[in-house]
Design a protein around this ligand. Structure first.
Ligand SMILES: *[C@@H]1O[C@H](CO)[C@@H](O)[C@H](O)[C@H]1NC(C)=O
Ligand SMILES: *[C@@H]1O[C@H](CO)[C@@H](O)[C@H](O)[C@H]1NC(C)=O
Length: 229
């Protein structure tokens, strides 16, 4: 796929609110009529009710060995209604994409939805990370890269000190950092530090970029992208 096709697809993904990326965990599978399935189904319904009011929900349903653990996180600026739309869509779509995997994660612009038969709460998940970037280059990459890193580092420090584990900046550069709220403040900081270290691999001299993992993500752009609340 050419990079302009990819860019077009990502643009379409944004407008259609289709998933940015998903990951099916191959480590354990289940078959039809497995007792894990109704637990997963109930968990999905539970998260689509629990997440929208605050933007974050987590929980587990069932008993070992069929217990399902999950969380849903909406981007910090997303309204409850858009959060609900995203989490409901994510819960349906991920079951289509990973029908028999006991663990899976799906990312949208507005939300992240993740589940597993293992208790993953409070653990940094940067194993399934992906990058997105703006194809356009900046004119002075070194200065720009430095400014971007500085902005994201400041935002990482703000995010972990905020009970929402979320921070944004909207001045000449627009940025966002966010962690899933099962992480402690210090693990949020560590998670963000780790992905900020990917900045040069992801987005060297690019006008915008994102590094998105299972527990934290950042985004920066030269234009505003946040909803005003
Ligand atoms: C689970 O299923 C996937 C294919 O859907 C397969 O690649 C993987 O090996 C399976 N894992 C186990 C532990 O059987
Ligand atoms: C940006 O820079 C890269 C690497 O120098 C180059 O391959 C690419 O074509 C540039 N993109 C644009 C839109 O000019």
């Amino acid at each position: 796929m050419s990079s302009s096709t990819l860019s077009l697809l990502l643009t379409l993904a944004f407008f259609l609110q289709t998933a940015l990326f998903h990951f099916c965990s191959d480590s354990e599978n289940f078959s039809a009529y497995d007792p894990y399935e109704p637990n997963l189904h109930k968990l999905t319904a539970f998260l689509s009710i629990q997440a929208p009011p605050s933007g974050f929900g987590m929980g587990s349903i069932g008993q070992e060995p069929n217990q399902a653990y999950g969380l849903a996180l909406c981007r910090g600026d997303v309204s409850s209604q858009d959060c609900e739309t995203c989490v409901v869509e994510a819960g349906t779509e991920i079951r289509k994409r990973c029908p028999y995997n006991k663990g899976a994660t799906i990312w949208y612009d507005n939300c992240l939805f993740k589940y597993s038969n293992q208790d993953f709460f409070g653990r940094i998940d940067n194993g399934n990370m992906f990058f997105m970037w703006n194809l356009n280059n900046v004119s002075e990459p070194q200065t720009f890269n430095h400014k971007t890193k500085q902005l994201l580092t400041e935002l990482a420090n703000e995010a972990y000190a905020n009970p929402k584990l979320y921070a944004t900046e909207e001045t000449e550069l627009y940025g966002l950092t966010q962690c899933t709220k099962d992480l402690s403040a210090s693990d949020c900081n560590k998670c963000l530090d780790d992905i900020i270290n990917e900045l040069s691999s992801c987005c060297d001299g690019k006008q915008g970029g994102r590094v998105v993992g299972g527990s934290c993500n950042f985004r920066y752009e030269i234009y505003p992208f946040l909803n005003s609340l």
